[in-house]
Design a binder for this molecule. Structure first.
Ligand SMILES: Nc1ncnc2c1ncn2[C@@H]1O[C@H](COP(=O)(O)OP(=O)(O)OP(=O)(O)O)[C@@H](O)[C@H]1O
Ligand SMILES: [Mg+2]
Length: 326
């Protein structure tokens, strides 16, 4: 069998403040094959961004305690030294964010920033790096790309900046792209254009992608598989089709039902009554149990392990057992 490009095993991340310890990620397992897209879904605070940042080790080193293992092409990311990490970021894995202004430095032009990244990672000369920057802007279909090379980030519209950030992320042809809600700040038409563009580029470059979103519809359109997170755990995972057609975790079912009730596209996933738990005081059992209409006494005793439901579909729910033919 082909080894996974990414394998995350029992990832835990906690943030230590003086009197509070926030348990942001609590035992996440993920595997992603070369070229595959995984959609990461869950409401605000469920640990999606922290999980992505862990893959690039982009967490504040003094406050964040990371446990478990992250293997990228078989290499232990948590054991990489500073030099290796520099190479890993950008060349192997790149990230696009919700807010492109954060990815760019306001005092340099778009072209300078892309060219600098290419020079740093690939040792290309100035002219070659500028050529690559132009090629990337053309690839993400920025009109008048040659002129845009010399534009500053604030001189572009939101949609164009988002494209430029994708160009920056892809400039060193990473094997994995981490997309952290890359379209939520944009209006609907531009969102769809960016999603289509990402899909095309992904196929063209053969990249794997982890796509974070609040929107089940977007997850289904972009992803081969979906992992649903709740309170720092993956509560359900499977092919996009299985998760959406036969959700086995009441949390996923709740998300889908709120969407089916006619919540407009792009609505944040907060339509389930109740609130997520305090991550500094997680319950001993299933973290969703206090909001779950189907909870039983047992649900409060221990965190349910993932139950395999066949075809790579799994749910961390005691009720999921035996309810689905393997
Ligand atoms: N640097 C940090 N220091 C302390 N706590 C943090 C830090 N980064 C994240 N957290 C906490 O970790 C938890 C998970 O955050 P994360 O950003 O991963 O959520 P998310 O699922 O991406 O949410 P959203 O959909 O709102 O982006 C939150 O409670 C957040 O406050
Ligand atoms: Mg986030």
């Amino acid at each position: 069998m082909k080894p996974a490009l990414v394998r995350v095993e029992d990832l835990t991340v906690r943030f230590e403040a003086r009197e509070r310890v926030v348990h942001a990620v609590n035992g996440v397992d993920l595997a992603l094959a070369e070229g595959e897209t995984l959609g990461l879904l869950g409401e605000s605070g469920s640990g999606k961004s922290v999980t992505l940042r862990s893959l690039m080790r982009l967490l504040p080193p003094r406050r964040a305690r990371i446990g478990g293992r992250i293997l990228f092409a078989g290499e232990d990311v948590l054991a990489m030294d500073a030099r290796r990490l520099e190479d890993h970021r950008g060349r192997s894995v790149a990230m696009v964010f919700q807010e492109p202004m954060l990815a760019f430095d306001p005092v340099f032009t778009i072209g300078e920033q892309i060219a600098e990244t290419v020079r740093r990672h690939e040792g290309v000369d100035r002219a070659g790096a500028r050529r690559r920057a132009l090629e990337m802007l053309e690839r993400v279909r920025i009109p008048g790309a040659a002129r845009r090379l010399d534009a500053y980030p604030h001189e572009m519209s939101g949609g164009m900046r988002q494209r430029a950030m994708i160009a920056l992320a892809l400039s060193c042809r990473p094997r994995l792209l981490l997309a952290d809600e890359p379209t939520t700040a944009l209006d609907a038409t531009v969102q769809i254009q960016i999603l289509l563009l990402l899909r095309e580029l992904q196929a063209e470059l053969g990249m794997a992608m982890i796509f974070v979103t609040h929107d089940i519809g977007v997850a289904v359109e972009t992803s081969d598989r979906i992992a649903v997170m709740y309170a720092g755990r993956v509560v359900e995972e499977g092919t996009a089709r299985d998760v959406v057609r036969t959700p086995r975790h009441p949390y996923t079912a709740g998300l889908l039902a709120s969407r089916a009730r006619g919540a407009p596209r792009g609505t944040r996933l907060d339509a389930i009554p109740g609130a997520p738990p305090d991550l500094a005081r997680l319950p001993a059992g299933c973290a969703f149990a206090p909001r779950c209409a189907q909870a039983m006494a047992e649900c409060g005793e221990a965190v349910p392990p993932p139950r395999a439901l066949g075809g790579g579909h799994a749910a961390r729910c005691l009720r999921a057992e035996g309810s689905h033919a393997a």
